[in-house]
Design a protein around this ligand. Structure first.
Ligand SMILES: C[S@@+](CC[C@H](N)C(=O)[O-])C[C@H]1O[C@@H](n2cnc3c(N)ncnc32)[C@H](O)[C@@H]1O
Length: 293
């Protein structure tokens, strides 16, 4: 274990792996670590909501067998593999197929008719994690017979989750829950038609990702890369502070065509963002907004 490089004024992290009491020194160490991560690797977590950031950084400190945030900073800067592990800790990847089934019902009823009015459409799934949301959307679009004229761009900051998304193998023991979600989401076939069981995984049909491009993209530091009919950015901004949320709202706004649709997570809204007036509610409950100016 490394010894603490900081002054003696603070107790080292407790043996029970609990973060020490929050203090000014910790704040300095945390902000230096985030600055170092940004300058060395380009990942900008400087404006992430501090409480959850702090918890996750301390979890990584302990997991690496260290005692202080400064020690973690030293290791991170010299060891890209350690950075990759921190990235997994920081970018909370929780997701599910047909998560919030009522969202998918609203998508079928209110977004798909808009998509039908175009000969070709582009959908951006930003913060797609391991891909469950992308496969769900592809299934829905396929059932609504608009998949053939859709291109989905699925992006995430984290390359390792994208690799899983490309593979399209999800835990077999989740299929019961996902089948229930699919039925509640208005699915029209037998869910099992979409996958084959392979060891303890369910391999989803490759045709579902025929029109999908998976790519790394950082919503905080990268630019817009296209103009989209629909942007699905769900459960990503909840981890950001206000300034960062505004940044992502700006990017979404700039990347949507006029009358394009923005889909956010159940805890997220365009209300109180600088772009509030640029959208109309398409379904406020399901966080679907139409860009009107
Ligand atoms: C909780 S998951 C949401 C997954 C999916 N959208 C859903 O709702 O089920 C949040 C995802 O956002 C990604 N993420 C976090 N910060 C990001 C950033 N700055 N740019 C792009 N993706 C980011 C994480 O890697 C993670 O996969």
């Amino acid at each position: 274990m490394s010894s603490s490089p900081v002054g003696a004024s603070r107790e080292p992290a407790g043996a029970g792996n609990h973060p020490p009491a929050h203090d000014d020194l910790e704040e300095i160490e945390l902000s230096l670590l985030l600055e170092g991560v940004f300058r060395q690797y380009g990942f900008d977590f400087r404006e992430y909501a501090p409480a959850s950031l702090r918890r996750r950084v301390w979890r990584r400190v302990f997991a690496e067998g260290l005692q202080t945030i400064s020690a973690l900073q030293d290791k991170l800067l010299h060891d890209p593999a350690c950075m990759e592990r921190l990235l997994l800790d920081l970018s909370i990847n929780v997701t599910a197929m047909f998560r919030d089934p009522s969202f998918y019902i609203a998508f079928r009823e209110k977004v798909v008719p808009a998509l039908r009015t175009y000969p070709f459409t582009r959908i951006w799934v930003a913060g797609c994690s391991t891909g469950e949301e992308v496969y769900s959307l592809a299934i829905l679009l396929e059932e609504e017979q608009v998949y053939d004229r859709t291109r989905i761009y699925a992006t995430d900051i984290n390359e390792s989750v994208l690799e899983q998304a490309r593979a399209g193998v999800f835990p077999l023991d989740k299929m019961r829950e996902y089948t229930q979600n699919y039925i509640k989401a208005g699915g029209t076939r037998a869910f099992s038609e979409y996958y084959v069981a392979k060891y303890d995984g369910a391999q989803f049909q490759r045709s579902l990702v025929e029109n999908v491009v998976f790519a790394q993209h950082n919503l905080v530091s990268d630019r817009s890369f296209n103009e989209f009919n629909v942007i699905v950015c769900r459960n990503v901004m909840i981890y950001f502070d206000r300034a960062l949320q505004d940044k992502v709202h700006r990017l979404c706004y700039q990347s949507l065509m006029t009358f394009g649709i923005l889909a956010l997570g159940a805890e997220e809204t365009v209300k109180f963002s600088p772009f509030e007036d640029c959208y109309e509610d398409l379904d406020a409950n399901e966080r679907l907004y139409k860009k009107v100016k």
